[in-house]
Design a protein around this ligand. Structure first.
Ligand SMILES: *[C@@H]1O[C@H](CO)[C@@H](O)[C@H](O)[C@H]1NC(C)=O
Ligand SMILES: *[C@@H]1O[C@H](CO)[C@@H](O)[C@H](O)[C@H]1NC(C)=O
Ligand SMILES: *[C@@H]1O[C@H](CO)[C@@H](O)[C@H](O)[C@H]1NC(C)=O
Ligand SMILES: *[C@@H]1O[C@H](CO)[C@@H](O)[C@H](O)[C@H]1NC(C)=O
Length: 426
């Protein structure tokens, strides 16, 4: 391994007055530039180490960015135990396979909608693996799903957000969703291990198989791990004390007695008194399903306000892995892609626009602002290894892209936004 990528931000080099998110996934042998690095977990911006050479200012005419002391030109400065976490496992199949384009075969169910305009009057749920909802595209001769109602019109207030009943970050007109529970509990990491290590010792290796994927969940002890995740510079809220909120989904490469070699390096120390880490079998849940080539067009309405969304939401991924949304567009949406408890989802090509501004200053009883066109472009909460690319936001959102509570190891790249409002939650 050793491919490192980092969510990187820079004022746009491509489009003036637009914010552009760049990701440079730089294999050790390739040449590339890391413009800036930020741990999604909200870790501190590290200063240059005293022993590192001064930043390379780029020099060439091709970009004008600088390389990072955390990476160097070709990864020669990268330290797996240092602040720059390996982000290269983001996306469908941890980035190891392209998104499939399956024909309708025995292995996939593909629901194809030719170009044209259709009414969608109720939400759709995809609850099986290998199901693809496919339109003809979002350009000329698009497949347009016209949606006359909100989720509130159809289902009433959102039970998942009782404070206001708003469809803030769950619920959508196409949901790829599962109620699957956690996989079987397996061995626990014994003793200590360091960030950057690629092997751990477990108390019981039965059930852990070389070549298979497992989920390694980290549990906080007395708030110490929560603080460690921010290098002890921030203390997350008390409600996270003793909670299990970090998942490293990884293939096991070798099992040698109780010694387990991982494909991914540990993103955090494991240490008694600070945290504990336990392997689980992968969930038996929906995977390899996707939605693509569709425009979702809501009837224009004024935006109800932040946290008061009526539920003009497009696509939801809930509790699934290795799924995708590709080449989709939304018109007059509250939120376009929302995901919770999802892993290795790729969102590739999302255009977000309104027919005219939905923003307003109409007061509401919650004193929430409504002075934007909508809430989320691409959201992920409690999700891991998301890859979002080609997010083209042509209107004003509260969060064009956002990492909501407990999401980790996600990447946003190659996107263009008129405002570029970002959101990072712990
Ligand atoms: C954590 O902070 C210390 C200084 O207190 C610094 O030396 C170290 O590099 C930081 N580690 C990470 C992973 O950011
Ligand atoms: C759209 O459809 C028209 C009429 O069938 C066709 O002439 C045109 O080439 C199509 N455009 C694209 C981009 O496929
Ligand atoms: C999940 O459980 C809820 C409540 O029992 C049920 O309404 C829903 O249909 C289930 N969803 C799936 C995908 O099975
Ligand atoms: C966290 O767990 C420890 C035991 O490991 C317990 O003593 C402590 O009270 C717990 N704290 C909270 C806030 O639940």
């Amino acid at each position: 391994m050793g491919n490192v990528a980092a969510a990187a931000m820079a004022s746009s080099l491509l489009m003036p007055a637009a914010l552009c998110l760049l990701l440079l996934a730089v294999p050790p042998r390739a040449s590339g530039r890391l413009l800036a690095a930020a741990d999604q977990a909200g870790g501190p911006e590290p200063g240059p180490a005293a022993t590192s050479p001064p930043p390379d200012t780029g020099g060439g005419s091709s970009g004008g960015g600088t390389t990072s002391n955390l990476w160097g030109k070709d990864g020669e400065l990268w330290d797996p135990s240092g602040p720059l976490i390996d982000f290269s496992f983001a996306g469908y199949r941890q980035g190891a396979a392209p998104l499939p384009s399956p024909p309708a075969t025995r292995n996939y169910i593909v629901l194809s909608l030719p170009a044209g305009k259709y009414m969608l009057t109720a939400p759709l749920a995809i609850t099986r693996s290998r199901v693809v909802l496919r339109g003809a595209g979002t350009g000329e001769n698009a497949t347009v799903l016209s949606i006359p109602h909100s989720l509130t019109d159809l289902l009433g207030p959102n039970p998942g957000y009782p404070r206001t009943g708003g469809y803030v970050a769950n619920g959508a007109f196409v949901a790829i969703t599962s109620n699957a529970t956690l996989g079987k509990r397996l061995g626990r990491v014994a003793g200590s291990a360091r960030r950057g290590d690629d092997a751990v010792t477990v108390d019981d290796a039965s059930g852990l198989l070389a070549g298979e994927f497992f989920d390694l969940w980290f549990t906080d002890t007395d708030g110490k791990f929560n603080a460690l995740m921010y290098n002890n510079t921030l203390q997350p809220p008390d409600k996270y004390i003793n909670d299990t909120r970090v998942k490293l989904s990884t293939r096991i490469l070798a099992v040698d007695g109780q010694r387990i070699t991982l494909e991914r390096r540990l993103p955090y120390d494991i240490s008694p008194g600070i945290n504990s880490a336990q392997f689980y079998a992968r969930q038996d849940t929906v995977h390899d399903s996707g939605v693509e080539g569709l425009v979702f067009s809501f009837a224009w309405s004024l935006y109800a306000g932040h946290h008061l969304e009526k539920g003009y939401n497009v696509v939801e991924f809930y509790n699934v892995f290795d799924c995708w949304a590709r080449d989709i567009a939304s018109i007059n949406a509250d939120s376009t892609v929302v995901m919770t408890a999802a892993t290795c989802v790729t969102v590739s090509g999302v255009r977000i626009e309104v027919t005219k501004s939905r923003a307003n200053d109409i007061p509401n009883s919650f004193n929430e602002p409504a002075n934007r066109d909508g809430h989320w472009g691409v959201h992920h909460g409690r999700s891991f290894d998301l890859l979002a690319e080609g997010v083209d936001v042509r209107c004003s959102l509260f969060h064009d892209v956002g990492t909501d509570a407990s999401s980790k190891f996600g990447v946003f790249q190659n996107s263009v936004m008129v405002e570029g409002n970002l959101d990072l939650h712990r």
